[in-house]
Design a protein around this ligand. Structure first.
Ligand code: UDX
Ligand code: UDX
Length: 429
């Protein structure tokens, strides 16, 4: 099929590329001309495992193209996916101006029947508003359908999540676009759920909020485990093996971040409030997440006593492993807190150093993860990059001024670290 994706970011680029990979013909549209130029030249603006080869393979096969012209995308495609950002506003509501302006752009160049799909995470009733906008701004009485088809991609695993989805959700206002949507997703062999548009939009916020709730539940348990002398990893493993609970998203740590969970949670609370419901359960999920960071900084203070004048090594800047994304990263938040307390920082991330430099200044960026510890009073693990477990900690211990190791992601084995002579503290163990 001929498909267009408007917005070629973390979501749009992976979605478009995977659609091309299964044989569709895809045009990726982006308002940022520099990004389009880079993509046309074979460059990739983000780090996402497996993406680069997939992009070049599909470009070479002629199935994947890039343009900054919305008209070109709309003209040549049966289905048009909108994947532009929906950033949060200070009150938790979502800034819908990008979606609205794309809806107007589409209306402007609509000449025959098209299916317009919201892929971005949006508040309930957005599909209705997008449809009303297109109806208002279209040049003639041309027909169209608006579909809600939320994304469920985890950064760092986005290609896999898209190629092997657990389910595909398609929210429609009529049956007309269903067959085409089935055709788009047929190669992925996943259960496809057809709902009304409002339900589809709610599924996305409900799913992300529930996953955030699972993480906060594990983090709350970590507090109890520390107080009781238990091990949160054993407790969550014992829980998670119950199929009704499931073992994923029960990792206690520094808390969740990223461009989705914090924003979606905040938005869902606001949407619920607007609908007349005080979603206190989700407010508690947020509070537990914020407390987790406070408790971690306090743990560091309790160990070092005074942070001012201390040198602290921070391993990890991305909001999670396998990505270069630092949006709402707990690791960056931690760095800012430590800087405010007067500490000097030596930091490293396997992929996110470049993006971090845009939001974190006044720190020492260290290119070799093994040298971060050199001369430090304490070393902190802030992101769950698995390669941090391969650091030569015997060497690190010798290179440090004082051997204090705080593991915010429970990545290392406490017994081994203590054997090496570290004062080692982690979360809920
Ligand atoms: C996505 C979703 O769209 C968002 O709703 C979800 O909650 C998180 O993931 P993401 O792909 O992470 O956003 O955004 P980003 O990487 O910033 O990419 C968005 C792209 O859209 C950028 O390349 C930007 O240039 C482009 N854009 C933005 C347009 O093409 N037109 C616009 O009007 C605005
Ligand atoms: C999330 C959703 O998982 C995905 O379906 C989509 O809707 C976009 O939002 P993403 O934000 O890319 O994906 O990453 P995810 O893997 O969900 O991790 C989010 C945050 O939670 C990270 O900061 C991560 O470190 C943290 N996390 C995750 C935990 O603290 N514990 C866990 O057990 C899992």
């Amino acid at each position: 099929m001929n498909l267009a994706i408007i917005g070629t970011g973390y979501v749009g680029l992976v979605t478009g590329t995977c659609f091309a990979e299964v044989g569709h013909s895809v045009i990726c549209v982006d308002a940022d001309a520099k990004k389009v130029e880079m993509l046309r030249g074979g460059g990739i603006p983000i780090y996402e495992p497996g993406l680069e080869e997939m992009v070049s393979r599909n470009v070479a096969a002629g199935r994947l193209k890039f343009t900054s012209s919305t008209a070109e995308g709309v003209e040549q495609s049966e289905v048009i996916f909108i994947a532009v950002p929906t950033p949060p506003q200070p009150d938790g509501s979502v800034n819908m101006s990008y979606i609205e302006s794309v809806a107007r752009e589409i209306a402007d160049c609509l000449q025959s029947y098209r299916i317009i799909v919201d892929k971005s995470t949006v508040p309930v009733k957005t599909a209705e508003k997008v449809a009303a906008t297109i109806r208002r701004y279209r040049k003639s009485q041309v027909d169209f359908d608006v579909v809600s088809n939320p994304e469920f991609l985890r950064e760092g695993f986005a290609v896999d999540d898209l190629m092997k989805p657990d389910r595909v959700v398609v929210g429609v206002a009529s049956n007309r676009p269903v067959a085409a949507m089935r055709e788009v997703y047929a190669p992925f062999n996943a259960p496809l759920i057809v709902t009304d548009t409002n339900s589809a939009e709610l599924i996305k916020h409900a799913a992300n909020s529930f996953l955030a709730l699972k993480i906060s539940y594990a983090n709350a348990l970590s507090v109890i485990c520390e107080a009781a002398g238990a091990n949160v990893q054993e407790v969550t493993r014992g829980m998670g093996l119950d199929n009704r609970i499931g073992s994923r998203f029960l990792q206690a740590g520094l808390g969740f971040g990223g461009s989705c969970f914090p924003k979606d949670l905040h938005a869902f609370i606001k949407i619920s409030e607007d609908l007349g419901y005080d979603f206190r359960l989700l407010k508690e999920v947020q509070r537990i997440n914020a407390d987790q960071m406070e408790r971690f900084v306090k743990k560091l203070e309790d160990t070092l006593w005074v942070l001012r004048g201390k040198t602290i090594g921070v391993l990890g800047l991305a909001f999670k492993q396998n990505t270069d994304d630092v949006r709402q990263s707990p690791a960056i938040d931690l760095c800012h807190r430590l800087l405010r307390e007067g500490a000097a920082l030596r930091v490293h991330d396997p992929q996110a150093m470049e993006k971090a430099q845009g939001v974190l200044t006044g720190v020492d960026y260290v290119s070799d993860m093994n040298q971060v510890a050199d001369g430090c009073d304490a070393l902190v693990i802030a992101t769950e990059w698995p390669q941090f477990a391969q650091i030569d900690f015997a060497r690190a211990r010798k290179a440090m001024r004082t051997p204090i190791l705080l593991d915010g992601r429970n990545l290392l084995d406490p017994a081994r670290m203590e054997e090496l002579g570290f004062i080692y503290k982690s979360i809920g163990r």
